[in-house]
Design a binder for this molecule. Structure first.
Ligand code: GCW
Length: 861
């Protein structure tokens, strides 16, 4: 159902045109950026004139070209309200013509089809032939024709002209894959958009509709490979009974040009193969891999390849037999090679039992230390898949030095689309600006400009293969990721893999127009929000290269400043009473900086030139150390957390300004998400700043940290039934503790002594994932609000992850009022409370009155 909402004026090129925008009432997000919503009438009219009424393909009824044709018909119908004539063969009038160059030339020998197109590249051209205007979509491959079709539709959707087309594009890299960390039981490791679209209960789902839809989304981004199971692989994936299931999934994706690959377990020859070894140099193991891979290709002739995580985080690997990663990669590579398959061997290899007491130990060194000396020993169909930073998808890392070190080895960059350490889709964080930093990172190979993007495309070291792998983890939820705005990350990944020179803002702008609306206010609001979101997240989670200060031994979501310390996982920040940061210098630290080429190492090694944003990643400094910005480290930590939390509050305000300009369903969903994020940002802010205030003993020079006007701790309320409880880690609860209800129902009563006025009452409570506790807020006997704690955050304990808030706005209060919170526990959820806060204009007014300078002549107190 749709409705006409308004008439807006927007600038189109030089001219200002009156347009009317149609806003759908409800959209689930399932169509993502391929929803083909009707264009504003003025734009539609212009495109209608330029789009010929016929679509045809030449000498080609392959599923890919058929899908390309159908997609264009669907898109034009949705956006322009025109149903093209779908024909075959030589057009007799103006037409859109789809063909590979070979097929095109067969019918049009004189057609201007020259130009260099890399594999999967495409050209869009307007030509006149036999008096008819033809809009040609060509490529050397059918996949490229499909990509050209999507590119044509994108142009139309963005309101760009399709009049005199002469566009030619080739992908930056041949390999553009996503990895899904889906388990065979249907769960997804680090997936936030619901269960697997591929697997359920140990087998492929019966209904693969969503798999086909996903393949279409991936094709629209020119992604050509997907591995469909967790890199922490269940060995069963290679058992004969599973192959037909993999084949069914491959069949579903093939018509969209997406080839299927698998992640495997290196111990498989032993665990499922019945051998007594998985030594990669044992002839029986060599044969075993060959036979298994041959079987796969019998069922799936275009099987794309294998992803392997070995000797990492408890996975077995070649080290069991004293063999190298090259031995391991090559045994699988040689089985794949005759079929044209590839193996992505993950560079994410590190020891998670490192001795934290040894200040020279450093996880950041691991990828380089493990792979550097193997350079040149990998077969040509091996690609070492390197996470973009040296640790693990933290909010701020430098690019991995390994990119600059492998000159004779194919490499791919692994980017994490799923927001594991980036708010798990409960926070909006647009990752493209961060990925751009990694891709543009200049490795200074031989002292010359050598950005990471040129290494992964194979250009810098003249490698035949290379590319992009995005850990996507899309799920079966209607909006794929659990947050509408998180879809922009998959979109951005695909666009960058195609062309890493696109700007982050340009990508955000495109995505917003395609996904939400072309309305300038909507575009500006969403693009600004997305573009600032990563810096904002960094500000309230872990600035200055501290990394995401989250619970790294648990769910990787909520705040837990010390979770990284005193354990073997190696995500240390080494904050103590005297200072903070990892000394990774060559001079006095772990030597990590020495893994970079001299031109980069010099910049990081010296405090004088190390950029502030990576300072604590590279150096250990006292809290009073003065940054280039002129602030001390400690004051920056305080300020950035307040800035970050304020920015999210601003997102909520700016989002409300586009109500009625986007559909209600997504409007409400994003609003709820942003409000939640605003609350979480305050939890992070308070936890991190309190922790550092205690550690450093240095107060916030602006007096905010530890002082919260209007906040009343639950522990100091008049309690009936509720009992005090300590919260761990202490910084995740205000005052270090909370109250919980261990009987049928409890109350906490707060006395308000503010002057009469209107106030907002914020209740900070805990919402764990066991039950559905109920809450009521009363003033005297009047119920002001009631709600349930029914969220499914990944924790069953009271901590930063489960901290939630309810804001009740516009409450009239008088001195002596009693605010009562009533909690009713449910199945292990104890209706726990942290504090209430009474804030708002009346309090601000009272504050500014008391802050006014005393009138002249008044004696000082
Ligand atoms: O960061 C870690 C994640 C693991 C993941 C691992 C990896 C699939 O917490 O869930 O395992 O990275 O990339 O292999």
């Amino acid at each position: 159902m749709t409705r006409w909402l308004r008439v807006a004026t927007i600038a189109l090129g030089a001219s200002v045109v009156l347009i009317s925008a149609e806003v759908a009432r409800a959209e689930s997000g399932r169509g993502a950026w391929l929803r083909y919503a009707p264009l504003p009438e003025a734009l539609a009219a212009r495109s209608r004139d330029a789009v010929p009424p016929v679509i045809t393909s030449l000498n080609d009824d392959s599923p890919l070209v058929v899908n390309a044709r159908k997609e264009i018909v669907r898109g034009i119908r949705g956006m322009l309200g025109r149903i093209l004539r779908d024909e075959r063969g030589m057009p007799t009038s103006a037409a859109i013509v789809l063909c590979t160059r070979v097929n095109c030339r067969a019918d049009y020998p004189s057609m201007p089809l020259d130009g260099d197109l890399a594999a999967d590249g495409y050209a869009l051209r307007t030509v006149v032939s036999g008096g008819s205007r033809l809009l040609l979509v060509t490529s050397d491959t059918q996949r490229g024709v499909l990509y050209g079709a999507f590119a044509l539709l994108r142009r139309i959707a963005l309101g760009q002209s399709v009049n005199d087309l002469d566009e030619q594009q080739s992908p930056s890299s041949p390999l553009r894959w996503v990895n899904q960390w889906d388990n065979l039981d249907g769960t997804i490791e680090r997936g936030y958009g619901g269960r697997s679209i591929f697997w359920d209960d140990g087998r492929a789902r019966d209904d693969l509709t969503r798999v086909r839809e996903y393949a279409r989304l991936l094709a629209s981004l020119a992604i050509n490979g997907v591995s469909i199971n967790n890199v922490n692989a269940n060995p069963r994936i290679l058992s004969p009974d599973l192959i037909p299931h993999v084949a069914r999934i491959a069949d579903a994706m093939r018509p969209w040009g997406v080839r299927v690959g698998l992640a495997v377990d290196f111990g498989s020859p032993k665990t499922i193969g019945g051998l007594d070894t998985y030594d990669p140099l044992d002839a029986r193991v060599v044969d075993w891999w060959k036979e298994r891979v041959d079987d796969l290709y019998r069922a799936i002739p275009d099987f794309a390849g294998i992803v392997l995580k070995a000797d990492s985080e408890g996975r077995v690997g070649p080290s069991t037999y004293g063999r190298t990663h090259a031995d391991a990669a090559n045994v699988v590579a040689r089985a794949l090679e005759p079929h044209g398959g590839v193996i992505f061997y993950r560079g994410f290899v590190y020891d998670h039992h490192m001795d934290w007491r040894n200040l020279k130990n450093d996880r950041a060194r691991a990828a380089y230390d493990n792979f550097r000396d193997l350079d040149g020993r990998f077969d040509d169909n091996v690609i070492v898949q390197i996470k973009h930073g040296p640790i693990d998808f933290q909010v701020r890392e430098p690019a991995s030095p390994l990119f600059g070190a492998l000159e004779h080895t194919n490499v791919a960059i692994e980017l994490q689309i799923t927001q594991e350490y980036m708010g798990q889709a409960r926070h909006t964080v647009f990752l493209v600006p961060m990925w751009k930093e990694a891709l543009d990172f200049d490795l200074r190979v031989n002292g010359a400009a050598s950005p990471v993007k040129a290494v992964v495309s194979g250009q810098t070291f003249h490698r035949p293969l290379g590319g992009y792998v995005g850990v996507a983890n899309a799920g079966i939820d209607e909006n794929w990721f659990g947050n509408h705005l998180s879809q922009a990350n998959l979109y951005g990944f695909g666009r960058l893999a195609w062309n890493p020179n696109l700007g982050a803002r340009e990508i955000a702008d495109e995505w917003t127009r395609l996904t939400f609306a072309i309305d300038p206010l909507v575009v500006r609001t969403i693009v600004d929000l997305q573009m600032g979101s990563r810096r904002t997240y960094e500000n309230y989670t872990g600035p200055l290269g501290l990394q995401t200060l989250t619970d790294i031994v648990g769910n990787h979501y909520g705040v837990a400043v010390e979770a990284s310390e005193r354990n073997g996982w190696g995500q240390w920040h080494r904050a103590d009473a005297a200072g903070v940061g990892m000394d990774r210098t060559v001079a006095t630290g772990t030597g990590f900086i020495g893994q970079y080429r001299p031109g980069v190492a010099r910049v990081y090694e010296s405090l004088g030139s190390c950029p502030d944003e990576l300072l604590l990643f590279m150096h250990h400094v006292p809290y009073t150390y003065v940054l280039h910005s002129g602030k001390t480290v400690i004051q920056y930590i305080y300020d950035s957390h307040y800035d970050g939390a304020d920015a999210v509050a601003g997102y909520v305000r700016s989002w409300t300004a586009i109500k009625d300009r986007v559909d209600d369903e997504r409007y409400e969903a994003v609003l709820a998400q942003l409000k939640y994020q605003a609350g979480q940002a305050i939890v992070w802010r308070d936890a991190v700043t309190n922790w550092f205030a205690r550690a450093s003993g240095i107060p916030d020079e602006k007096g905010r940290v530890g002082h919260h006007p209007g906040r009343m701790e639950a522990e100091s309320a008049v309690l009936s039934g509720y009992v005090d409880v300590a919260v761990t880690p202490w910084e995740t609860a205000s005052g270090g503790g909370a109250i919980e209800c261990r009987s049928a129902s409890c109350t906490a009563t707060f006395r308000v002594d503010d002057q009469p006025g209107w106030y907002d009452v914020t209740i900070r409570y805990f919402d764990v994932n066991t039950g559905t506790a109920r809450f009521r807020l009363l003033r005297g006997t009047q119920v002001l609000d009631e709600w349930t704690a029914d969220d499914r955050v990944p924790t069953r304990t009271l901590d930063g992850s489960s901290s939630a808030r309810r804001v009740v706005k516009g409450v009239a209060l008088r001195p002596g009022d009693q605010l009562r919170v009533e909690g009713t526990p449910d199945r292990g959820e104890t209706a726990a409370l942290d504090y209430i806060e009474v804030t708002g204009p009346s309090r601000a007014a009272a504050r500014s009155r008391s802050a006014r300078p005393a009138p002249k002549g008044t004696p000082p107190e």
